[in-house]
Ligand binder design. Sequence first.
Ligand code: ATP
Ligand code: MG
Length: 487
Amino acid sequence: MQTLRASKCGLSTAQLPSSILDVIEALTKAGFEAYIVGGGVRDLMLGLNPKDFDAVTNATPAQIKDVFGRRCRIIGRRFELAHVYSGRELIEVATFRAPPKKAVTSASGMILRDNNWGTIEQDFIRRDFSINAMYYQPHTGIVLDFCHAIDDIKNKTLRLLGDPTLRFEEDPVRMLRTLRFAAKLNFSIAPEILEIFTPKLTPLLRDISPHRLYDESQKLFTMGHLNRVLPMLIDFDIWSQLFAEIPPQISTFIERAAINTDQRIQIGKTINPAFFYAVLLWKPFLERCEFYLSKGTVPAEARAQAGLDVLKRQATRTIIPRFAETFIREVWEMQTRLLSPKPQQIQALANHARFRAGFDFLLLREKSGDASTQGMGMWWDTYQLMSTDEKERAISQYNRQRAKSRRKAAVVEETVDARAAQVEIEPLVNEPEPRNRRDRKSRSRPEKPVQKAVSASDGSAIAYDHPILKRKRVKRDLSHVVFGPTQ
Ligand code: ATP
Ligand code: MG
């Protein structure tokens, strides 16, 4: 073990938020050892902006709770952890871990339960990469390096601690982490990892829950180097484990969307990882639409069914949360609406909550050479920049053009409805079937018959369907869904 001077590693307390400094200080004052560890230390040393700071200590979760009281919550089962609130931030505080006394593992060697507290030396051995295993004590200004991690930082090398095969077997997600860090940090992967990182090991990922894999896929999408990691996912046979139904090819559309996502992150814009799922699954969705159309299903029904099918199949690998599923289906449905809008609906469409994401998606398709958008991506792009008068003129011109020659039907385009166009837009997608049994039950329960009226105390009649008597319905709040890439 070598003790390094933090200042010599390019670290200073000035780079640290007060939240992490407070947590380390409180634990140290209470007589415990406490360090910053993991990605925070690594990224600071590399001159990057850390996503967050994790703390590690020899205090047990119960002792951490004693130090922080109501600011602390113990979470986790496999890994018990303390969440400490400092100001508006949350700091994850872990206790040094020893190797499991009696390993609770799955048949393939995966660790399932693991809460044996240990020493810092034992804790270090259990971490994944050398560069993630440096312990920084900001108050004393020292960094503990047990494995010459500093050399790996200098040589830009990603090295697993211990035997790579064993470490991948213990936790197959480390395969994804290898590619993520190699892409994010632009590090080379150590030869001993490359040697064993073959399609023989990747099926171990099938043991990982689709929830955890969804979280990991989100980290891949949002790390800022999505475009760099995509070919690696294919080369290392991770793609087929994560996205079984998506052909392992990076189309121009996928590549453009990845570049766009990275650019947005670079300039500090938010992104919605579900948007990239919508991009990845677009081709399988179109193929599934074709399948239903060839069976004579009406277009709207074909799209609805195809959307559900494709997402259901993807959920066997990475389970997509319900709100993200709805978002994806709405983005797809928007493609049809934006391609051939009813003139009266144009303004309403432009104000629709899903317009931005749908439009970005359409424009990305168009810019990657998808002729089936028929130039409508650019049309909407120009439309948004117009004054109210110009918009009116553009709509009537569009209307005339449309009347002259109805746009040819695109692959998933619905024949334009002959019914009187309504300005209001029908819901883009119907809520899918609830996943759990309780919700399904409540959905199938018949509605109570509506009685006509009751008498109020003043003798006047109050209709039973009067809003005041209606149960308050909580609508799903989609406001936290951030739209996808913009140009
Ligand atoms: P970032 O937060 O930038 O994605 P990170 O290295 O901080 O990167 P976290 O997932 O926050 O990653 O984990 C914090 C630390 O916990 C890691 O640096 C590593 O030391 C350890 N760790 C996380 N996941 C694993 C794992 N699957 N196996 C072993 N150690 C892990
Ligand atoms: Mg981290």
